[in-house]
Ligand binder design. Structure first.
Ligand code: G1P
Length: 295
């Protein structure tokens, strides 16, 4: 089984739910506590052994390119002032030279279209896709868990989690055939089905390991839900030719594409930090006690 070395990060979305913040700052640069969203996805990818990082961006995302560049003057200043912990924090953004590429998506034609633009850079090998809006807190990174499982199964693999039946319209949903442990063999997938038409409540979360056959499917599918080229449809079109599996990861997912999810993630990640936990929990419990909705 080929080692998964490359990851695609589709980050061309406009982030309109976060306006006005996203008027001049890409959504992926909004900080969850003190790290931008993109850093969480990047750390998860690195933990999973990814060596090449392909970002599908769009106009107005220039700050992301700068984020991964070296900041020589800043580093020197921190060194001169003996600010070692700040220097260490900067170190996280350092990726080996030549390991990053940026592709532009000129028109917002959907997730499937964004992934198809990475074809030339991915080439003919299995690769990961991470949607940075989906932040997953887990003892072992969700993508690492999937890479291990994929080494056994091959084929296309999507991260899944169970959602409430009335939530299926917000996700890709898999049509399960059989399951063994955390792996669900799928016989199909539907993008954003209404609850009456959903084949299950196993929803796709933004982590994928895909075989290169997906590019041929992406080149031939028609626009789906919302008039966009859907990655879900391309995966579904490969059922019968390439094995398709859902992987029920161990971890907690936050929908940082919504303001509510972003705020919850901020609280959860801050409470998980030993330097912030105590004061923040005292502050929050004080607020909650005096809130009109408190029992
Ligand atoms: C995308 C995918 C969907 C998946 C979701 C996970 O939808 O199309 O299948 O369930 O990400 O976050 P989006 O949320 O971008 O509309």
């Amino acid at each position: 089984m080929t080692h998964v070395r490359k990851a695609v990060f589709p980050i061309a979305g406009m982030g309109t739910r976060f306006l006005p913040a996203t008027k001049s700052v890409p959504k992926e640069m909004l900080p969850l506590v003190d790290k931008p969203l993109i850093q969480y996805a990047l750390d998860e990818a690195r933990e999973a052994g990814i060596e090449e990082f392909i970002f599908v961006t769009a106009a107005g995302k220039g700050a992301l390119e700068d984020y991964f560049d070296t900041a020589r003057a800043l580093e020197q200043q921190l060194r001169d002032n003996g600010k070692t912990s700040a220097l260490e924090a900067l170190e996280q953004t350092n990726l080996p030279e030549g390991s990053l590429s940026f592709v532009r998506q000129k028109h917002p034609r959907g997730l499937g279209h964004a992934v198809s633009l990475a074809h030339r850079l991915v080439g003919n090998e299995p690769f990961a896709v991470l949607l940075p809006d989906d932040v997953i807190s887990a003892p072992k990174g969700a993508l690492s868990q999937m890479v291990d499982a994929h080494a056994q199964t091959g084929g296309h693999m999507v991260a899944t989690m169970r959602v409430a039946p009335d939530q299926t319209g917000s996700y890709g949903v898999i049509d399960p055939e059989a399951s063994v442990g955390r792996i669900i063999k799928a016989r199909g997938m539907v993008e954003k089905p209404c609850p009456e038409e959903a084949p299950s409540t196993q929803a796709v979360v933004g982590r994928y390991i895909l075989e290169p056959s997906i590019f041929d499917r992406l080149a031939h599918i028609n626009p789906g839900v919302g008039g966009e080229l859907q990655l879900t449809d391309a995966i579904c079109a490969d059922v019968g030719t390439t094995p398709v599996a859902g992987y029920q990861f161990d971890g907690e997912r936050f929908d940082c594409g919504s303001v509510q999810g972003f705020v919850q993630a901020t609280a959860a990640f801050a409470l998980a930090r030993t330097d912030l936990e105590l004061e923040l929990s005292e502050f929050l419990s004080g607020r909650i006690k005096s809130h009109p909705l408190a029992a």
